[in-house]
Design a protein around this ligand. Structure first.
Ligand code: ZN
Ligand code: ZN
Length: 280
């Protein structure tokens, strides 16, 4: 009989495949996936933050919102209240995938809404110099609201934070800042200083969010993952709302430059792990 921790390791391995060759393997924090999921199981209220703008297009991308939705739905299925947050550039994309309630950023949001957990899925985190950068090293400050500020406030308020990222410039990567700066392209410039309690490094951030939903499934004994059709529908909705593929800038059925069959393979693999964990 495999142990629960074996399934967690399998999930961690699958989501940290590095098709983009971004050198992310060494940024994986073994055990964080399981610990983050275990913590989320006891959450009182979860805020899911996402949305990474594409500089060339001035709109949001297909990596982020589909994963954020999948994770939010998994948490909601466990009867834990969930809300979503992004900025004005990405709000139409979140609305299109059906992420609700959708909040707008305010610096005092955490004083007004009582969250126990904040989860960032592919969300820009400020770099050493205070600016936000894309993976090509271009500043994107004009497209980003300082939502990562909430993750800086969280420790003082006693909130638990989780970051899901795939490139080093996202909220959460502050946990491995020095290592990431030496590994990813333009690392010194782009890597975020915003840390989270748990960091899920994935080949694609949507995979990391699915991985968290898979880990919640293994722990709860309930299949909380989206189907392949649902995942495809979320990408389609992002495109219809004006989003693009973040790597190529195309309005095409792609995520991080890869056609959806590559993503379906990961999701199907996660579904297999969850099914095996539940088999008697
Ligand atoms: Zn990224
Ligand atoms: Zn990505």
């Amino acid at each position: 009989m495999p142990l629960m921790s074996d399934y967690m390791v399998q999930i961690e391995k699958l989501i940290s495949r590095d098709p983009g060759g971004r050198n992310i393997g060494r940024l994986v924090q073994p055990g964080h996936l399981a610990e983050a999921a275990r913590s989320l199981l006891g959450a009182k209220k979860v805020l899911v933050v996402t949305g990474f703008p594409v500089a060339s297009a001035g709109v949001g991308e297909t990596d982020g919102p589909p994963g954020a939705l999948a994770l939010g739905r998994a948490v909601a299925a466990l009867d834990i209240p969930v809300a979503y947050l992004t900025d004005s550039v990405n709000a139409p994309l979140l609305k299109a995938v059906g992420a609700e309630p959708l909040l707008t950023y305010a610096p005092d949001l955490l004083d007004r809404e009582r969250f126990s957990h904040l989860v960032a899925v592919e969300r820009p985190g400020r770099a050493e110099d205070g600016s936000y950068y894309n993976m090509f090293g271009r500043p994107i400050d004009h497209l980003v609201e300082p939502v990562d500020e909430l993750f800086l406030q969280a420790p003082r308020l006693g909130l638990t934070t989780v970051g899901v990222g795939d490139g080093g410039n996202e909220v959460g990567m502050g946990l491995v800042r020095d290592l990431a700066a030496g590994l990813v392209n333009n690392g010194d410039k782009i890597v975020s200083t915003v840390a989270t309690d748990f960091l899920i490094t994935a080949g694609v951030s949507n995979w990391g969010a699915w991985g968290l939903a898979a880990a919640l499934s293994v722990l709860s004994g309930r299949d909380l993952l989206p189907g392949v059709d649902q995942a495809t529908e979320a990408v389609r909705a992002v495109l219809e709302a004006g989003g693009v593929d973040g790597v190529t800038g195309e309005a095409a059925m792609k995520v991080d430059g890869m056609t959806l069959d590559r993503h379906d393979e990961i999701l199907t693999g996660l579904q297999d792990i969850v099914a095996r964990s539940m088999a008697k």
